[in-house]
Write a protein that binds this ligand. Structure first.
Ligand SMILES: [Zn+2]
Length: 412
């Protein structure tokens, strides 16, 4: 029996009917953006939108998250759907009628669409509770933009909210450019980079610039270390599993004829596989320490871990790609050739639950996806006409997964 096409047609129809409500919610969120872990106005809007649905709701303690659990009428496994809700410290210049009313704060990464899309998925799945075999956890997450909201939600139990570990987790991210409107793109394996920070202090002994032999000059050694990091990148790492090390800040000294006591520099370190990340975070500090110590300096080389690599589970990604193609049209579901160099804390969910993270094109129809301002730009704009599809796709991913259909079954 194959009831997938009729289920999907009904989902598309219900989602289209929800569209005006989701657009209104998204624009209300867009007008009152909030940053970081505490998003009280956003949380209140989400709770109001979920009001009356058969959901078990838990609020975060250390952040204003909303975890909503839908228990299907039939027993079965747990699936998690995630939407992030935070904005960025950006002054909006989009000129849209519903632009941010908060100075210096903007939903420049489209998380307002993620929030509204996840509310839509909750509504669609609640309507289908009678046929649902298992539970769905809706993870409304603050603090994706660097604040580590996912880590706190995992700590506060989001992965156990459904009663057992989710068998799968899915997230959608809208793109203001690059992808054509309405297209869904993903790839198995690494999809978003890890972003970590290396901070180095080399300490010597200051003195007169005319007599360096009486001092211990940290500047040449620090310069040597900066160059050596680039040599390390090309000599120690596979060209097809690359790392990027950019020393973006370098400070030493005050004037030309004084040797300073120390030199300080900091680098962003990007990697695209957990293996390369582990290795670069071990080798880079070792290298700069070795160089400084060879010159008689003392060296502090500190790694501050950011988000790890977001890795898509191959089976879940094949399933999600097939589901998106069936629901929205095969021509709209594509494989990405490469990961994206940005980072994402859905990585922390993907590290514990087989996951698929998908991008959804939301470039407004009056812009060219090849030239439109990208996410995080003050001019970025996202077409909320994609909200119905976003909600339907998230709902379909959960529905299909809870009926145990694999990618082969879907395409067969
Ligand atoms: Zn984002």
């Amino acid at each position: 029996m194959n009831d997938v096409p009729s289920r999907q047609a009904a989902l598309r129809e219900s989602a289209a009917a929800l569209q005006p409500e989701l657009v209104a919610l998204r624009r209300a969120l867009h007008q009152e953006p909030e940053i970081g872990l505490e998003l009280p106005l956003t949380q209140a809007k989400v709770l109001a939108a979920l009001e009356g649905l058969p959901l078990e709701i838990t609020l975060g303690e250390k952040l204003s998250s909303v975890t909503a659990v839908l228990r299907g009428a039939l027993p079965g496994p747990v699936v998690l759907l995630r939407g992030d809700m935070d904005a960025l410290p950006v002054q909006e210049t989009s000129g849209l009628p519903y632009a941010s009313t908060v100075p210096g704060v903007m939903h420049a990464c489209g998380h307002d669409l993620h929030t509204a899309g996840l509310v839509g998925a909750a509504r669609l799945l609640c309507e289908r509770r009678e046929g649902l075999a298992g539970s769905v956890v809706f993870m409304f997450q603050p603090g994706e933009e660097g604040a580590g909201g996912a880590r706190i939600m995992v700590h506060e139990g989001v992965l156990d909210a459904g009663g057992s570990r989710p068998v799968a987790a899915y997230a959608l991210h809208v793109a203001a450019s690059v992808l054509p409107n309405g297209w869904v793109a993903t790839r198995p394996g690494p999809i978003m980079a890890a972003a970590d920070v290396l901070t180095v202090t080399m300490r010597g002994r200051g003195g007169h610039g005319s007599t360096p032999h009486l001092a211990l000059d940290p500047v040449p050694a620090a310069c040597e270390a900066v160059t050596a990091l680039q040599t390390m990148v090309t000599r120690r790492f596979d060209a097809f599993d690359p790392v990027v090390v950019t020393v973006g800040s370098f400070h030493a000294g005050t004037t030309d004829n004084v040797i300073p006591d120390d030199a300080v520099f900091a680098a962003t370190v990007r990697s695209f596989s957990p293996e390369a990340r582990d290795r670069v975070l071990a080798e880079a500090p070792r290298l700069v320490r070795g160089i400084g110590e060879a010159h008689g300096l003392t060296v502090d080389a500190v790694v501050t871990e950011g988000y790890p690599v977001t890795v898509n589970d191959p089976a879940e990604t094949a399933y999600a790609t097939a589901a998106a193609g069936q629901l929205l049209g095969a021509e709209r579901s594509i494989d990405m050739p490469r990961p994206v160099a940005g980072s994402e804390d859905f990585a922390l969910i993907g590290a514990q639950v087989p996951s698929a993270y998908l991008l959804l094109g939301a470039c407004p129809p009056d812009r060219d996806p090849l030239t439109a301002p990208y996410n995080h730009s003050p001019e970025a704009a996202f077409d909320d006409a994609v909200l119905g599809d976003a909600a339907a796709l998230l709902a379909e991913l959960a529905l299909g997964r809870l009926t145990g259909r694999t990618a082969e079954q879907l395409s067969g």
